[in-house]
Write a protein that binds this ligand. Sequence first.
Ligand SMILES: *Cc1c(COP(=O)(O)O)cnc(C)c1O
Length: 465
Amino acid sequence: MEKALAVFQSIAAELLADEKVNPVVDYIPADQLFDKLDLSLVDQPIDDETHLKKLKELVMATPRTATNAFFNQLYGGRNEKAVLGELLAVLMNNSMYTFKAAGAQVGVEKAVLRKVCEIIGWDEKSDGTFATGGSMTNFMSMLMARDAYNGKVRFDGVQQKMTVYTSIESHYSIPKNASFSGIGRNNVRYIPVNKVGEMNPVELDKAIAKDLADGFHPVMVNSTAGTTVLGAFDNVEEISVVCKKHNVWMHVDGAYCGSVIFSKKYKHHLKGLENVDSFSFNAHKMIGTPLTCSIIVVKDKQNLRNSFANDAEYLYQTDEDDFNPGKTSLQCGRRNDALKFWTFWKSVGTQGLEKMVDHQFSLADTAREYVRNHPDYELFSFDDSIAVCFKYKNIPSQELCTKLYEKAELMVSFGSFQEDEFVRFVTINAQNSHDDILLFFKRLEEFVAEYYGELKESDFVWEEC
Ligand SMILES: *Cc1c(COP(=O)(O)O)cnc(C)c1O
């Protein structure tokens, strides 16, 4: 093992050094991938030296997500304390189903979950678990909502016309999970949003009332904390009143921006969170832990048991149920995703998490200010969001983002809201400084000047087709 760790160190050193000079890796078109890299698996073994060479080639050719040029997704950066925790988790290799197999690591997981519940304002009845991503924590919430509505579904299957509600700006995992859960994609009701992308609670109320009158069975409302494109926060307080009125399970999908719970300044976006039934967030997004670190907490832990416990004598041979987290999990074997979050949290304290969240909003303020003050830009997003959406010189955003990627300049993506398409610049990498944000715009402008030559705005009229 010592040798493998030394090899790891040598590859890591090379990568870190190269990232400083080449923040974006050279573009390899998908159809050339297998020609450019030796990925083939053959019958004969190879010697360690060749093996190391192949590994290095692969690592050096892989897209870089930790640099100050990666703004493509809702994660980024490299949090050294969290990486340390993750490396230790790999080394120890505990599966998180039983106390017998994971021991002290069950305590780590419980400490994280307990603290999150406490911050929300929930008592000892609450609990939670980790899953393999925000899509899966959303799935767990839908299953619990379904089973809480009708406990027989687990045995007999879905026999009622169940419906779920989410905004048109919410994540695509909601319809996907409706198909998995037996509720069905066609029974997802998409609620309209206001002009800043937040679900309209009045429309929600009407949609539920109409379904009830038509003989449907509303089982869950999904509210989003940080919509994927605009980073908008649905109004938890107003939506929870509608849910109470109709007695429907309320979930808050905070995969993207749910971590605002750690910030005194921004937690008002989730005002009323203590009233919901379940809440999920991804520590691999705003908290910057390595992928994946997805948490779901529920106000009443009995719901986790009801939906996910299964007797398995070969597995659960000792200890109290409370220390056998397999009984509240979607999975059987489960990797230790809590340790990386705990390692970071232990180091910086809750104040450190707060600083990190605040810093991301402050980076977004810098970006918005820049866009507002420069006439070649048009801003499409709103204050208090870490997604800064804009157009530059009216260049079609999809084309601009693709060119920046292919020329290995910047990784940034595009999005759309209602009629508009724009660049979606996400300030989620907390290792970035305000200068890194300004550098992004400088690189973008230099690239456009070089690539497009002397552009006049009128040269680019977006053609609707
Ligand atoms: C990212 C995201 C998800 C999905 O999370 P994964 O971990 O990628 O599965 C769900 N909802 C929202 C709002 C997200 O931003």
